[in-house]
Design a protein around this ligand. Structure first.
Ligand code: ASP
Length: 343
């Protein structure tokens, strides 16, 4: 019998409505279990590991990522796969972070949640949860996990977590992977796309690294952005990395002062990575004069990475290499676990 560990962190999927205040708050474990009796009647053995307390994902921080990664690592041998129930708001950040923290993963770690609480009649919770469990337990004819990477199952699609963005606060299809196709689609059958799945080297053991450094920031450009704003952000004490959200194929205004601010920040040791504000497509540094300047200032290309994956990758790399910016820069320009397409 296949065994799946269901890690409950919180989110709408685990919540019930308080009759007096009308607000959603986390259900207790017995109430949650009573809403999903199917969990314990299938041919997959599901065991539950609830976090204390269950939280809204807006409250998730790097310590919570470390706790989730540890939960997988500590129980790795005992289960065929893992499902993490998580709020949708920051699921793409947590999924991205875990993809870096759990290197050489050989088993599925599937994040899911729902837009409506599990106890609501029209909820998407059961479908997401039960399908995620099936995916976490799925093996091929040789007994190998079909999707041995960190993923998000939501709506009817399975995505690589570090390629996703929450794009919809209303529809049941809350997530989208703009720059990478879905790894599987769930209809009557679950159809996997093995050629798209990321396989770690089976010779390498699972490696856990949970140290992070949060001294990072996002600088989103807009027409009219002023020097004092850019100067203040880049001058933040302790700042180590910046996601520069640029236009189109990675372009920025050609103002001399902006070039100087960026160049001086790079000279001070701040790692700046160019990530386009467009959801789909890639940064192409040097395609226009306006991005050539960024290259000259020492800004790196983020290629087609998401902001969620780039921020968490930076936090992870700064945590792993506290004194080695050259190593951080080199790894930011490499594909570690399917998060980036480098032609
Ligand atoms: N605020 C909730 C959360 O992210 C929303 C959800 O779960 O969909 O925890």
């Amino acid at each position: 019998m296949k065994k799946v560990l269901l890690i409950l962190t919180g989110g709408t999927i685990c919540m019930v409505r308080n009759r007096e205040t009308g607000a959603l708050h986390p259900a207790d474990l017995d109430t949650f279990k009573a809403f999903v009796p199917e969990l314990f009647s299938s041919d997959i053995k599901v065991e539950i590991l609830p976090f204390e307390p269950l939280i809204d994902s807006s409250d998730v921080n790097p310590d919570n990522w470390a706790k989730m990664a540890h939960a997988v690592y500590d129980h790795y041998e005992a289960y065929d796969g893992f499902v993490i129930l998580h709020g949708t708001d920051t699921m793409s950040y947590s999924g991205s972070a875990l993809s870096f923290m759990l290197a050489n993963l050989g088993k599925p770690v599937v994040f899911t949640g729902s837009q409506l609480p599990v106890g609501v009649l029209r909820s998407d919770a059961k479908e997401n949860l039960l399908t995620a469990i099936e995916i976490a337990a799925a093996t091929d004819e040789d007994g190998n996990a079909i999707v041995p990477e960190v993923t998000i199952f939501f709506g009817d699609k399975l995505f690589r977590a570090n390629r996703t963005t929450k794009r919809n606060a209303e529809h049941f299809t809350a997530f989208k992977s703009y720059n990478y196709p879905a790894l599987a689609q769930a209809g009557v059958h679950i159809t996997y796309q093995p050629h798209l799945i990321y396989y770690s080297d089976p010779e390498q053991p699972l490696r856990l690294r949970v140290e992070t450094d949060s001294n990072v920031a996002v600088l989103k450009l807009f027409p009219g952005i002023t020097k004092p704003v850019v100067h203040a952000l880049l001058g933040t004490k302790g700042l180590r990395g910046v996601v520069l959200e640029s236009y189109g194929a990675g372009n920025a205004p050609s103002d001399k002062w902006l070039f100087e601010e960026l160049r001086q920040a790079v000279e001070r040791g701040i790692v700046i990575v160019n990530k386009t504000q467009c959801n789909t497509g890639s940064v192409e540094m040097g395609l226009y004069d306006t991005s050539l300047n960024l290259m000259k200032a020492g800004v790196l290309s983020g290629y087609d990475i998401t902001t969620e994956a780039l921020l968490t990758k930076m936090m992870y790399l700064f945590g792993e290499f506290p004194d080695d910016n050259e190593q951080v820069k080199a790894l930011l320009q490499q594909n570690l676990c399917g998060e980036i397409t480098i032609e």
